[in-house]
Ligand binder design. Structure first.
Ligand SMILES: *Cc1c(COP(=O)(O)O)cnc(C)c1O
Length: 403
């Protein structure tokens, strides 16, 4: 057999199966190997610093690069329409390495006021302690982003849909605003996934994903990735990723690659199931509000339709006395696990208490920011990640538990 010559022109599901993979030249094994070796036998004139490392060099040491991790990176780049990818041990390792690579003392960044909690927390304290200015704004409001830009703004960081609110940000417009000030745009696209949205094609400079979520898809491997242009990511790998050392395990790379084989198919089922469950919850007498980008009741439904080709599988809902209902659900649910995380084949639900999150993670400077939080979350929300079980069974499980 010969190598696939037109991978770029193939469909999403073909890329998910074949990109980055090829039969092993030595054994002709059809499935990828797992190369667990940390070191490689090298030529005697090999240099001992990553400074001299070139893109297609021999393998030297797994923190610098590994054949299995490389296969995963090629698959991810193909799915995202990116020139290249750098994989990390977790989503947070990808995000923290990217921020430490791009920002130095005296720089400034505009960051979404609601985003993944650990990113919010490092940009509240650890990053400002390095004398890097951070301004948190509601990035769903383009004027707020524009107003926050300064002459030393190096980047704008958004998440769409954002965790946990499912509030959206217009990527193309935010890219134009960031670029007009000479800043780059980073998009955490974990919730949307490349099936829904390809931020690089809308003008973003960097995309990050937690591979722990939809891309891996099975709740058994942590991982993360940064995608973008070679001119940006080759230095990111050399100067920061290799030295900080948040290297993905080759075993996890292999598991995630195996998960990706079914990723586009899974996203269609996640969306179909989530729409059915969201529609059921929206008419439930004990449910006060459902937020799902695929429902016409989402406050930004028009943007969702324009920017997302798939509405993904996460929804939120609100009830009276959320903390009490959380106990009821944790006790009574039989299929849906009461657990954090999302994007797995298993359905997961978790209660997020607004008071707690506003104390630990999210800091608002304006009344408008708090008002937006209240519109989406009120006192607190159940974040429900719809899995691949039969939708009727998920609805029956919620029905028997909610009563
Ligand atoms: C989970 C998540 C992360 C962090 O990923 P880890 O793999 O847990 O480190 C980052 N961003 C979003 C939107 C997430 O949901």
């Amino acid at each position: 057999m010969t190598q696939l010559s037109n991978l770029q022109q193939t469909g999403e599901q073909t890329k998910a199966v074949h990109a980055g993979e090829y039969p092993d030249p030595a054994t002709k094994a059809s499935a990828p190997n797992i190369v667990m070796s940390t070191t490689y036998v090298v030529d005697a004139d090999t240099t001992f610093s990553v400074e001299g490392l070139e893109e297609n060099d021999q393998w030297i040491y797994t923190r610098w690069g590994n054949p299995t991790i490389h296969q995963l990176e090629e698959k991810l780049a193909a799915l995202e329409g990116a020139e290249t990818a750098v994989a990390f041990a977790s989503g947070m390792s990808a995000i923290s390495s990217l921020l430490l690579h791009l920002l130095k003392a005296g720089d400034h960044a505009v960051v979404s006021d609601v985003a993944y909690a650990a990113l919010s927390e490092i940009t509240n304290e650890m990053i400002p302690a390095l004398k890097i200015g951070i301004t948190k704004v509601d990035t769903s409001d383009p004027e707020a982003v524009r107003a926050a830009l300064r002459t030393n703004t190096r980047l704008v960081y958004i998440e769409t849909p954002c965790n946990p609110l499912l509030r959206l940000t217009d990527i193309a417009e935010t890219a134009r605003i960031a670029h007009s000030a000479g800043a780059g745009l980073v998009v955490d696209s974990t919730f949307a996934t490349p099936v829904a949205t390809k931020p690089l094609l809308l003008g973003a400079d960097f995309v990050v994903h937690s591979l722990t979520k939809y891309l891996g898809g099975h709740g058994d491997a942590l991982g993360g990735v940064v995608l973008g242009k070679k001119a940006d990511l080759i230095p990111l790998r050399k100067k920061t990723a290799i030295r900080l050392g948040g290297t993905l395990s080759p075993f996890n790379a292999w598991l995630i690659m195996r998960g990706i084989a079914t990723f586009p198919i899974r996203m269609h089922v996640h969306q179909e199931n989530a729409l059915k469950v969201a529609t059921y919850l929206e008419q439930h007498p004990k449910v006060k509000r459902v937020i799902y980008p695929g429902l016409p009741s989402h406050p930004q439904y028009e943007l969702a339709k324009r920017q997302m080709r798939n509405f993904s599988g996460i929804l939120t809902f609100r009830t009276d006395d959320g903390p009490r209902v959380a106990h009821v659900l944790a006790e009574r649910l039989q299929i849906i696990h009461y657990a954090v995380s999302l994007g797995h084949h298993r359905s997961l639900v978790f209660y997020l208490h607004s008071q707690d999150l506003l104390r630990t993670s999210f800091r608002f400077a304006t009344a408008g920011q708090l008002a937006s939080w209240n519109t989406f979350a009120g006192d607190g929300i159940f974040r429900l990640s719809i899995g691949l079980e039969d939708a009727d069974d998920l609805i029956a499980d919620l029905e028997q538990a909610l009563g």
